[in-house]
Design a protein around this ligand. Structure first.
Ligand SMILES: [Zn+2]
Length: 325
């Protein structure tokens, strides 16, 4: 009898590690390689899922997960870790932002997915059914996508179940990022995220974000691997005692600001900056050096992400502001 939890991949023997490419068991989900590393401790313990590359151009997160899978020694962990560093390979190989090119959907808006849906919906469904729902804890690693800069932050979604929320909070603080957004179960700027699917199943989960704007930074990748290992210490998968728990800036609302018009965006603020109501974030300009729209902060808070590409479409995303209330 195997106590290996993640049906998605074959069970490694206790005290061993296995690697390969996922076979999803859905004829539509082929044509790309989805690498995995499965680490099974000799001793029982929690089952932890780690994903990255849900957005395929968030490079430090992808490499952070690769480094994590390589760093974990099955003889020194309790429990099991399944590491999937490249969940959206088509976006990675095509250098695409936000979406899975084949169906144009944002994979991190497609959860919990559909068994008979489009490519992204089926991919989300398989991940939920064969991995997320069996996890005792889930870490989903991200960053700013190709046209976005961000300051490092974590997000978890409240479930209303005290023990689950406390574990998500611990995971976020153990990872060690300076800002933390606590998302309510409804009313956020985006639905269909991995952490929402996990929260709805009562699985403690955190999204961690670092790096961005199409840059690969090995220091950030290494820090993300270290952050994930600190979460594993907090969960008792790794030894080493309790990690230092950070006291991040805490935000309870995430406000995304969009443009009305299309235009060339000239920013007036830096990512990470604290803004007050009415403070200018930037201007949209035409190609005759005329400002056609001024974008000002509609609430006070910290700019957690900011678009770096000046090419802004109508109703284009400009920034996300973390608000304290
Ligand atoms: Zn992302």
């Amino acid at each position: 009898m195997s106590d290996w939890k993640f049906d998605l991949v074959p069970a490694p023997a206790p005290g061993t590690k296995a690697q390969g490419n996922v076979v999803w068991g859905d004829p539509l989900l082929t044509g790309w390689d989805w690498p995995y590393v499965a680490i099974r401790g000799a001793e029982p313990g929690p089952a932890v899922l780690v994903t990255a590359g849900i957005h395929g151009s968030e490079y430090p997160a992808i490499d952070g997960a690769v480094r994590l899978g390589a760093a974990l020694d099955p003889m020194s962990i309790r429990g099991q870790v399944l590491c999937l560093p490249l969940m959206n390979p088509e976006a990675f190989w095509r250098r695409a932002a936000y979406v899975v090119p084949t169906d144009g959907l944002n994979l991190n808006r497609a959860f919990p997915g559909k068994a008979d849906g489009s490519f992204s919906e089926r991919l989300a469904w398989q991940l939920v059914q064969k991995a997320i729902r069996h996890a005792d804890a889930y870490i989903d690693m991200h960053g700013g996508d190709l046209p976005e800069a961000l300051v490092p932050f974590a997000i978890y979604q409240e479930t209303g179940i005290t023990a689950v929320d406390a574990k998500s909070d611990m995971m976020a603080r153990a990872f060690g990022l300076p800002s933390l957004l606590i998302q309510q179960s409804t009313g956020g700027p985006a639905s269909g995220m991995t952490l929402a699917a996990a929260a709805n199943l009562g699985v403690p989960a955190v999204i961690v974000e670092d790096g961005g704007a199409g840059q690969y930074d090995p220091r950030i990748a290494a820090a993300m691997s270290t952050g994930a290992q600190n979460v594993l210490r907090g969960l008792g998968v790794l030894d080493g005692g309790p990690p230092d728990l950070a006291s991040p800036n805490r935000y309870t609302r995430f406000l995304w600001q969009r443009s009305r018009n299309a235009g060339f965006f000239r920013q007036s603020v830096s990512v990470g900056q604290f803004v007050s109501v009415g403070e200018k974030i930037g201007g949209l300009n035409d190609f005759f050096n005329c400002e056609i729209e001024e974008i000002v902060a509609v609430a006070p808070g910290q700019i957690l992400f900011l678009i770096t590409s000046p090419a802004i479409p109508e109703n284009g995303l400009i920034c996300g502001i973390g608000l304290s209330s």
